[in-house]
Ligand binder design. Structure first.
Ligand code: RIB
Length: 309
């Protein structure tokens, strides 16, 4: 793949309302927060921003509401080097929202209102099929309607565009969709929901990866939190360890990993090196609060990696 290889990202855009508190509220309990911020997020947008800041030539297919938040997000995406010609503004809809609690350990718990993201229908995907056809890779997640993810994957296959799916949030996936995917990047929970194999060790990860290869997926990366990632290509697996950092919160760490990983692959980096580059980007992201405000730029990732050598 050449340096000018194009990336298409299809996915969600949210305004994240983030409340930091000592512990998650139990049913019926009220917990007083320590800090509150509204920041731009959404798995699709976070991955697009991670790719844009890492240097990808990227176009984003997504929907925002016809509100002030939607317009501000569009402007921010442009500043993050993203072609937003395929970001539609949906009349009479609000921009998607995520309500995020972050506890004292930096763990999070998220509730989502789809809003305009629900308008990313198969018809909408079809309106932007040229973007997919012209791209070398299409990166997607599961905060968009599943039938739209399937129709985008079908278009990609017709045009030899590589499909990378980050199957988050977790849900079961049809064999038809799995067979259209070239690279899949589940975490342990998502891998278990898709394959039925609980992932608690590298051996489990290898078994889950084999199950995904059997569905027709050539490259499997199972993210294992602070332990790194299990990388398996056509059945040959190895662990790619992550970097040790002091985490503030893990919001968008997986998104940053995905956007940075595909950017590195499109530059022609071998898959192990691309995973290491993605680990570096995610490691920086967890040291900063929020989703998109935490996503690093290319110079920061390169500097981080240099310090490790
Ligand atoms: O992956 C993190 C993202 O999940 C947040 O930005 C939030 O919007 C939810 O979509």
């Amino acid at each position: 793949m050449s340096e000018s290889a194009k990336l298409a990202v299809l996915g969600s855009i949210n305004a994240d309302h983030i409340l930091n508190l000592a512990h998650f509220p139990r049913p019926g309990e009220t917990v007083i927060g320590k800090q509150y911020q509204i920041a731009f997020g959404g798995k699709g947008a976070n991955q697009a921003v991670a790719a844009g800041r890492a240097g990808a030539d990227i176009a984003f297919i997504a929907c925002v509401g016809a509100d002030d938040t939607g317009e501000r997000i569009r402007q921010q995406l442009i500043m993050d080097r993203i072609d937003i010609s395929s970001v539609e503004t949906i009349a009479d809809e609000a921009t998607g929202v995520a309500m995020i609690f972050v506890n004292g350990e930096g763990e999070n718990s998220i509730g989502i209102f789809a809003g305009a993201n629900a308008a990313l229908t198969p018809d909408c995907v079809e309106r932007h099929q040229q973007v997919i056809a012209e791209a070398s890779a299409l990166l997607m997640q599961l905060e968009s309607p599943l039938e739209s993810v399937l129709s985008a994957a079908r278009i990609a296959r017709q045009h030899q565009t590589q499909v990378i799916l980050n199957p988050a949030p977790a849900t079961q996936l049809s064999d038809e969709l799995l067979a259209l995917i070239d690279i899949i990047t589940p975490n342990e929970t998502e891998a278990e929901i898709i394959t039925g194999i609980a992932v608690k060790s590298d051996e489990d990860a290898a078994r889950a990866a084999r199950a995904l290869h059997d569905k027709g997926i050539a490259t499997v990366l199972i993210t294992l939190g602070s332990r790194g990632v299990w990388l398996s290509e056509d059945g040959n697996g190895q662990a790619v360890p992550g970097f040790r950092v002091e985490a503030v919160d893990t919001i968008a760490a997986g998104d940053t990993f995905n956007g940075a990983f595909i950017t590195a692959r499109l530059e022609g980096k071998p898959v192990f090196e691309a995973a290491r580059f993605a680990h570096a980007a995610a490691a920086i992201a967890v040291t900063r609060p929020g989703a998109q405000p935490s996503v690093p730029w290319r110079a920061e990732i390169d500097a981080f990696l240099q310090q490790q050598d």
